[in-house]
Write a protein that binds this ligand. Sequence first.
Ligand SMILES: Nc1ncnc2c1ncn2[C@@H]1O[C@H](COP(=O)(O)OP(=O)(O)OP(=O)(O)O)[C@@H](O)[C@H]1O
Ligand SMILES: [Mg+2]
Length: 472
Amino acid sequence: MKHTRDFGVGDHSYYFGRSEPVAREIAASQPDKSFVFTSTTLRLMEQVGVALQREESLLLVGETGTGKTSSIQELAKLQGKKLHVFNMNQNTDSADLLGGFKPVDIKFLLKPTYEYFLGLFKKTFKSDKNQKFLDLMQKCYEENQIKEFIQCLSHGLTSLKAKKGLDPERTKQLETMIQDLQRRAQKLESGGGFIFQFIEGTLIKSLQCGDWVLLDEINLASDSVLNKLSTIIEGHHILLNERADIVETKRHPDFRIFMCMNPPYTSAGKKQLPASLRVKLTELYVPELELEIDLWPIVDRNAPSTMFSESQKRQILEFYLWARSLVLNHNKRGNIGLRNLSRALKMMQAAVNLRYPVLKAIYDALFTCFASHLDSSLQQALEKEIFRLFQIKTLPSLDMVSRSRGDDADKFACVEEFIIIKGGHPIPFNESDFILTPTFRRLVKRLASIVSVTDYAVILEGPTSAGKTSTV
Ligand SMILES: Nc1ncnc2c1ncn2[C@@H]1O[C@H](COP(=O)(O)OP(=O)(O)OP(=O)(O)O)[C@@H](O)[C@H]1O
Ligand SMILES: [Mg+2]
């Protein structure tokens, strides 16, 4: 298990273990600096890489925070592939993925023909000589005068046909497009002002142009969506029942689909995938990163040595391992995993950047990311351990320099030892209306610690009329 795969990421290609070198597209972005190729991650990357080369569709199964989503995102970045991520849920409609008939603006109907015509016309004739004609056409298009617009098109087509040396195939295609427009325009006249058009969903668009698609939390999707998916993830040509006409959608050879899910039955609402879909997927289990040799590089990379000492980093890792096993043994609500660790590391880095004292930054980040969702006895245990590990007697407070931030003091508000940028919106707020009881004070402090250094989304959970709304 400890064996580390050989891998290489160069400017022009990359490979993981047994997977053959893959060319990186020129537009490929730089890999994420905070993402670390640990031995567990490399094993996963190798498996995914080989499966991709065999043109398989992948299903990654693993507990929360094991790096499923981020590994796929990282791989897409390495290869320079556009990745569309969908977070599935009970209410995800197959129309969101595959497409459906939607009411559209008339221009949507005219645009493809107009663009095709302009391309052909400007190549064949000089634009300045025909400027009047082109202006008229533009006006009809802008003002949705369909009849006049089609007349212009037909007029242009006649001139194009008369021109010698033009590929007859292209004028023929234009003719077909114009005829199609005419037919639709007639329908529109007889049936009122609405037009409906089949708008392809992102999944189908990606299938045609070779993007990647990640369907996250796939086992939360409804059965009807899952069954639809199983009909389209195989085969070189796909027939969409949704679209009334019988046009085959051709699969681009670069198109790949990934699905991620937590193991079924470990929590509510997570079911097994239907067999019809499961047999078409290559299933990979993604284990948790729990070895110290895997975790250390993540801490080391995400807590820069310019900010934190070597021993502080070791203590952060020690704290993570200790807190994880404590919470696991208690077997209560509130799991602790890699997500808590990487959030905490980002948060302390942001705080130190804002000139918060290092120990305060560490304490706030560890407490917020590891303890704030636990019950009070565990919270106290974790807090005690942070104080013990980092030998904190009293928390250092912000010094005057960072507190006032030079001349811009009136742009910032100081809330319970934290500095928050003031907004521009004046709110009639009378501080004496709001009584800060000790419980409230703790809550305000916690909120301020998050808002002041991060852009994390916060969820407050508690019994009714506990003061959640009014505190925010
Ligand atoms: N190899 C790695 N190096 C650095 N950070 C990582 C690595 N793998 C995962 N992480 C971090 O762990 C966190 C959780 O990862 P991710 O969101 O990919 O988990 P997941 O398996 O998709 O979880 P879920 O099942 O809840 O969707 C992220 O914040 C990510 O940055
Ligand atoms: Mg995920």
